[in-house]
Design a protein around this ligand. Sequence first.
Ligand code: CP
Ligand code: NVA
Length: 330
Amino acid sequence: MGVNVRGRSFLTLLDYTPGEINYLLDLATEFKRMKQNGVEHKWLTDKQVVLLFEKTSTRTRCAFEVGARDLGMGVTFLDPGSSQMGKKESLADTAKVLGRMFDGIEYRGFKQSVVEDLARYSGVPVWNGLTDDFHPTQMLADIMTAREEFGDLRGRKLTFFGDARNNVANSLMVVSAKLGMHFCACGPKELMPKAELVEKCQAVAAETGAVLEFTDDVHEGAKDCDILYTDIWVSMGEPAELWAQRIKLLLPYQVNKELMAEAKPTAIFLHCLPSFHDRETTVGEDIYQQFGLPAMEVTDDVFLGKQARQFEEAENRMHTIKAVMYATLK
Ligand code: CP
Ligand code: NVA
């Protein structure tokens, strides 16, 4: 039977089967081919979507906006500063109103329960554009990029270095489990994924043949690794006061030339972005002034090196997000 996710929300990949994930990836590949060949695909001209952002964004917002326009849809962007959401109107009321006007809702914010409630009250597909717990649209782009490099990913080792209990790391563990990959969370013991999520992923892994590994040994993390992945050390919504503590904990897990050399020679580097790999941002410069670090989670030699694929990955956000919107709205 063919895969059909029409009418579904996209809140966490825990809700999607490996077959459904692969279907979305295949669709994204098709959309990428069409875009590259200038083949128009305005297939949803009767639809309207709204994008709710309670945290800042470049890639996710632009991927949804461009993706929606390529499909011929109307797009409305709302942030807390320009809507009643949260201040004068409850989430449930907001969701009920938006569900009557729009065919789909994207949400980026804090609690995972908010995106779940939006889906419950709006009655239309809701897409998680990042919460404190998960970043599922990012995963499709990451896996698409890795597939473009390696083809079938079963058994491939993806190591996440750093804050291994953040939204991106959690989601990488989920998608790796779903797709039968070897996921390694490599970071300090204090920053490992929650036991409850690990248990859920272990249950998935038992069915797919995935391997889940947890280590604080950076050499173990790099050994036989195909995909080295990292993310910023302090995520959106976390206090800036955490920087000093995180730098101390996470500097040993920085992805640098020496670490890349310990992985397979064919390995690639991925990063969801944005990244602090130089002093060309206000935060990056501030950290340099305070702690003397010219780069944080990844050094410039890796970021600008031959194995880096983070900009292909960023482009793939658009193709994959388009696939999610199309598949759930068509
Ligand atoms: N990777 C990602 O979600 O980027 P933005 O925060 O710019 O959307
Ligand atoms: N962990 C990061 C991901 C940004 C795309 C954050 O939540 O800020």
